[in-house]
Design a protein around this ligand. Structure first.
Ligand code: G4P
Length: 530
């Protein structure tokens, strides 16, 4: 859109982003350093302690700790220089892509972290593709330069070829592995040297007047300096220059090199997000585009998480503010139910704690504790009936039946399953015939996570078993025809947690038959989230 007035300063200073990476590339370490430099934690190691105490804020589950993966997403807010950063954590494992996709609907940019020795790995590629679908601007951080890494040109080539995006170096590494000294900051003509003695300290940066500046020779041994000059010349000749417009459109990614564990390169990356990253963007709704600077408050739920704190049975809906200036206690309209909702206890997630959010601006992520009214895709507004679009729902690809190994706990199991269904963690179907439930997920690991959560959060031991069905389809059509279908196919019928009718089968033939025999009926693989 053209001719928009400049954003109010409070909105213009917000940067809402996620980090995407393959497990082990260093996302947790980088997050921790962000929080450290953002003043949200005092000491590295608070987010993830070593050894036995190993635990990330979002990694409270035993399963996550055992497997070293981060399953649950959370949002963290902190200030850095003049900016307010809202970092939305994305689950790292491929089986949680469903959650990750939704998380990426709530951010304006993403940081792609790659391991300098491994390059672009499978999970990075998948997540990158999701970012591309949304044209999200991407900043790249090539991590672990303190270890033997690939040649810098090779890394850049691989990203360009593998992901079909232009890569513009924002910094250039000097040496690698044991000889890694630091980086030349191409965008600001500065020399940044790594302090190996203190992992949490950042050495002073040294202002340089171009590549012939004699100061370079004071800090870089001759052979390495010659190599740096040669490489930078080649880079200038062969690689694209950073262009903000092209970055904002998602065609070009600036790349920084560094070592998260040594706090090196992190500040430059943070400066990059602040300086070049997009402020809160326009959000699309079915009715119209919602601009962040609009005076009225609007936002949408992109994630619901139950039992975040095992000590308090609560459920938190994560809301991305799309417009306006929200203040605590405001009465908003819950668009789906058309009911007013007084938002009196919204929370902001600071690194180690939750805090009451007294206010929030477009771009912010707030958590709203609730008893199940808020679902993924729901809109909250000052009255306007908006439906935000683009929040995907996925067809469950794997179906299993679940039962409690303690027969006394059947009723509780139902409650637990319904809760997870509303959270969007799984699809839950209650078959019309017989007892028990069928659970549908997108990735197999989700069954393990669910079993673990049901046991930890509800104290119910459960077992997932193969089900006789492999496909679930939502049935839509005129009431009479649907009733006729249900009555004649009871063994295939189930209801989801909203009470909607679902057709379960293992044969495509069955699906074709139903569509042919019941006129006007459609069987759909997904159900709209809103
Ligand atoms: P993830 O969240 O993306 O899965 O990665 P995480 O930060 O957990 O990092 C994975 C491993 O890589 C960790 O080692 C971490 O210490 C290490 N690492 C992160 N950044 C750097 C870096 O810049 N240089 C080097 N050399 N290593 C780095 P770990 O042994 O699995 O765990 P830990 O015991 O060290 O915590």
């Amino acid at each position: 859109m053209t001719n928009r007035a400049p954003l109010p300063p409070e909105i213009a200073r917000r940067r809402t982003f996620a980090i995407i990476s393959h497990p082990d590339a260093g996302k947790t370490t980088l997050t921790e350093k962000f929080l450290l430099f953002g003043g949200a934690i005092q000491m590295a190691g608070q987010v993830r302690a070593k050894g036995e105490a190993r635990r990330t804020r979002s990694d409270f589950m035993k399963l996550e700790q055992d497997r070293g993966i981060s399953v649950s997403a959370s949002a963290m807010s902190f200030d850095f220089r003049d900016y307010r950063f809202n970092l939305v954590d994305t689950p790292g494992h491929s089986d949680f892509s469903e959650d990750t996709y939704r998380t990426l609907t709530a951010v304006d940019a993403a940081i792609m972290v790659i391991d300098g020795a491994k390059g672009v790995e499978s999970q990075t590629r998948k997540l990158f593709e999701v970012c591309r679908l949304r044209d999200l601007p991407i900043l790249t951080f090539c991590n672990k330069m303190d270890r033997e890494s690939r040649d810098t040109f090779e890394i850049i080539d691989e990203i360009q070829e593998n992901l079909a995006i232009d890569v513009a170096p924002a910094s250039w590494p000097i040496g690698m592995g044991r000889d890694f000294l630091g980086c030349y900051d191409i965008l600001h003509d500065r020399l940044e040297l790594m302090d190996r003695a203190d992992r949490n300290r950042v050495a002073e940066s040294i202002k340089i007047e171009g590549l012939d500046d004699p100061k370079l020779a004071e800090h870089i041994p001759e052979a390495q300096l010659a190599q740096l000059r040669e490489e930078l010349e080649m880079a200038r000749a062969l690689l694209p220059r950073f262009d903000r417009q092209s970055f904002l459109e998602g065609h070009l990614t600036p790349i920084w090199f560094g070592s998260a564990i040594n706090s090196f390169g992190v500040k430059e990356l943070m400066d990059g997000i602040g300086e070049f990253g997009p402020p809160p963007q326009i959000q699309k709704s079915a009715e119209r585009e919602v601009c962040p600077e609009e005076r009225k408050v609007a936002g949408f739920v992109f994630k619901v998480q139950a039992n975040m704190d095992p000590k308090h049975r609560d459920r938190v809906a994560f809301v991305r503010m799309a417009s306006g200036h929200f203040t605590r206690g405001m009465k908003l309209t819950h668009v789906r139910s058309k009911k007013p909702m007084a938002v009196s206890n919204p929370v902001l997630f600071l690194a180690a704690d939750r805090e009451l959010a007294e206010e929030a601006w477009a771009g912010d992520i707030i958590g709203i504790p609730n008893h199940g009214q808020l679902r993924i895709g729901d809109a909250l507004t000052e009255g306007e009936a908006l439906r935000f679009t683009g929040i995907p729902s996925f067809a469950p690809e794997l179906l299993q039946s679940v039962r409690s190994t303690d027969p006394m706990k059947g009723k509780h199991l139902e409650k637990a399953l319904m809760q997870f269904a509303e959270e969007g963690a799984a699809k839950v179907f209650k078959p019309a015939i017989g007892s028990g439930f069928i659970v549908g997920v997108v990735g197999a690991l989700q069954f393990d996570v669910l079993a673990s959560r049901i046991e930890i959060e509800y104290g119910i031991p459960v077992r997932f078993e193969p089900s006789q069905f492999t496909s679930a389809r939502w049935v839509q059509g005129a009431r009479e025809v649907v009733e006729k279908l249900v009555n004649a196919n009871k063994q295939h019928i189930a209801h989801d947690h909203d009470g909607d009718v679902v057709f379960l089968t293992r044969l495509q033939w069955d699906i074709d038959r139903v569509v042919r025999d019941y006129e006007g009926v459609t069987l759909s693989a997904t159900k709209e989230m809103m």
